[in-house]
Ligand binder design. Structure first.
Ligand SMILES: [Zn+2]
Length: 252
């Protein structure tokens, strides 16, 4: 969410700048934080929340390996941008996560972790499927009240919002949604994250979890026509019919 990126040496660049900080260790995370900051005060809660999130996501995805990740908690967006080179509250790349963590902004522990584990299992999918899965699973697995922060708002309950966007005619056409790089300004994040989550929910219901993940793994953002062909094959339906049924599902 908020501008995930792919740069080969990014993990090492961040590690080199941040590894002098104190770190809390859990079975799956090295959590780096600033001394005296909010994260340090709440580190025991953070450790528990991250491991619970890992367990739930792994269970849902049927993931049995143990990944070890580096999680960097920044006190503000500017420092995070300086260190990582990317603006926004969250970042997931390889086995590295960077997030803003302060009194006003605490990202839910699910979204970026879904990207890491799903990416490890299935590679990159189209943006709509990757972001949709992250928001969908955040909604379905997260039992904590962590979506009250503005910056994490797109991860909150999406059904009602998607219905409103449908009624106001603001939803993207399915082909356009699949072509978007979600999180960018042109993607209208308020709409596209939620609409993508709704698409993932509908697809899992329509073709089943197993077929969904086969489809997910086969999609790459490189070629939209190829993506549409694969979706039509998975659904055994034309894209126009899929879209029609999905919109009916949204307003029901
Ligand atoms: Zn994301």
């Amino acid at each position: 969410v908020y501008g995930e990126v792919k740069v080969m040496s990014l993990e090492k660049q961040i590690y080199d700048k941040m590894s002098h900080l104190p770190a809390a260790r859990t079975p799956h995370f090295n959590i780096y934080y600033y001394q005296g900051g909010v994260a340090e005060k709440e580190i025991d809660t953070i450790k528990t929340q991250r491991e619970v999130a890992y367990e739930k996501i792994a269970e849902y995805l049927g993931f049995t390996e143990d990944l070890k990740m580096d999680l960097y908690l920044f006190e503000d967006e500017n420092t995070k941008a300086e260190v990582t080179g990317y603006i926004g509250a969250g970042l997931a790349y390889g086995k590295c996560m960077a997030e803003v963590y302060n009194a006003q902004c605490k990202l839910n522990p699910y979204h970026e972790l879904v990207h890491i584990i799903a990416g490890y299992m299935y590679g990159d999918s189209v943006s709509a499927m990757a972001e949709g899965l992250a928001v969908y699973l955040t909604n379905n697995l997260n039992d904590m009240q962590v979506c009250s922060y503005d910056m994490d708002e797109v991860n909150g309950a999406y059904d009602e919002k998607v219905r409103e966007f449908k009624q106001s005619g603001e939803l993207f056409a399915l082909k356009d949604l699949l072509s978007l790089s979600i999180g960018t300004e042109e993607s209208k994040p308020d709409i596209s994250y939620r609409q993508a989550a709704s698409l993932v929910e509908f697809t899992i219901k329509a073709i089943g979890k197993h077929n969904f993940f086969n489809l997910y793994a086969s999609l790459s953002s490189a070629d939209i026509n190829d993506a549409i062909e694969k979706i039509e094959t998975a659904y055994k339906q034309k894209i126009e019919d899929i879209e029609k049924q999905w919109l009916e599902y949204v307003i029901k």
